[in-house]
Design a protein around this ligand. Structure first.
Ligand code: TLP
Length: 343
């Protein structure tokens, strides 16, 4: 099977498995797991923040950030297609008791003026604006990179208005590699950043939340409250360290393959892809003219050994990653051409 459903499907490398087996461990709730501490310090250092916190998943990291920055009854400004709003089971409302203020963005970017206009003034009727969330790269915008200049403007506004900014950087290393800008420059535009180890970086489990020492100390308590206080978590942290220190540069290969896949799919009758919109490892294809429904097309592809995801409307998402080889790209394009009924 060529599994292009997500970059979450990667299997740990041999080196990662060895590192797990040999990891030095301790009870991390007591702060005694040396491998977890090394991972948290490494992530904080790479992202230019004071402290880091290993969490179970990207979702947990984002939700802990919301819980840490806000109080119930506050409002969170978020792009309408952002993961934290679209794909996290309504957790912001259910757990943090905040209401969301979704703003429609273009390629994942809410207009700065729209954010400014959405920040609540001092009025007895209004909720307080408790947080602004950005996502980079932006998943539902097809892996679009939020440029550094945009992030700087958004953060300048947030600071001027005294509103914290959380960055969902599940794929921030993809953004950094694609933009050719250090990851810490992006991280400097946010109070907290969540990065995923288990996407393009290939680790089996885990994310990190980074920020100031004070914010991360409070986040650590929320992690405990959510049942995320893991004990000998060094076995998770060990492959995470490999992910951070050895797997970043190879993301360029995923981007290159996504680009080739987009070009190939764009040549298939019935499929439309905006190749110029493919900046990182995500390809969104419009299959409205393939002569069958999106789910039929995805099922037909699966029958040919290619897995992809229905992505809403007439679109299908393909994500390249560590376990996708060069020849898988050609095989995927051939399978799509075989399955399409358009001529
Ligand atoms: N995204 C998954 C699905 O949940 C959609 C995927 O296959 O892309 N932020 C962003 C931008 C994400 O794309 C994801 C996962 C998360 C957060 C959540 O990470 P996990 O899955 O570790 O909770």
């Amino acid at each position: 099977m060529i599994d292009l459903r997500s970059d979450t499907v990667t299997k740990p490398t041999q080196r990662m498995r060895q590192a797990m087996a040999q990891a030095e461990v301790g009870d991390d709730v007591y702060g005694e797991d040396p491998t977890v501490r090394a991972l948290e310090e490494t992530a904080a250092e790479m992202l230019g923040k004071e402290a880091g916190l290993l969490v179970t998943s990207g979702t947990q990291g984002n939700q802990i950030a919301v819980l840490t920055h806000t109080r119930p009854g506050q409002e969170v400004i978020v792009e309408a297609d952002a993961h934290v709003f679209y794909y996290e089971v309504g957790a912001m409302a259910a757990l943090a008791g905040v209401q969301t203020r979704p703003l429609h963005g273009v390629r994942g970017q809410m207009a700065i003026d729209d954010i400014a206009a959405a920040i609540r003034g001092n009025n007895i009727h209004y909720p307080e604006t408790g947080l602004i969330c950005l996502e980079n790269t932006h998943n539902r915008a097809g892996g679009a990179v939020l440029p550094l200049a945009y992030m700087e403007r958004a953060y300048a506004l947030a600071r001027r208005m005294g509103v914290p900014l959380h960055l969902d950087g599940a794929r921030l290393f993809n953004a950094s590699v694609a933009a050719g800008a250090p990851v810490r420059d992006f991280a400097a535009c946010a109070d907290t950043v969540q990065i995923c180890l288990s996407k393009g970086l290939g680790a089996p489990i885990g994310s990190l939340l980074v920020g100031t020492r004070d914010v991360i100390a409070r986040a650590r308590k929320w992690r405990k409250a959510l049942g995320g206080g893991m004990r000998q978590a060094g076995v998770i942290a060990a492959p995470g360290l490999i992910a951070l220190t050895e797997m970043v540069e190879r993301l360029a290969q995923d981007h290159e393959r996504a680009r080739r896949l987009a070009e190939g799919l764009a040549n298939v009758a019935g499929i439309a892809v905006d190749v110029s919109a493919v900046e990182t490892n995500i390809v969104v294809a419009d299959v409205s003219s393939v002569g069958m429904s999106v789910s039929e097309f995805v099922a037909a592809l699966a029958g040919c050994g290619v897995l992809a995801t229905e992505f809403g409307g007439s679109t299908v998402r393909f994500v390249t990653h560590l376990d996708i080889r060069e020849e898988d790209i050609d095989d995927t394009v051939a399978a799509a051409a075989f399955c399409s009924r358009a001529r």
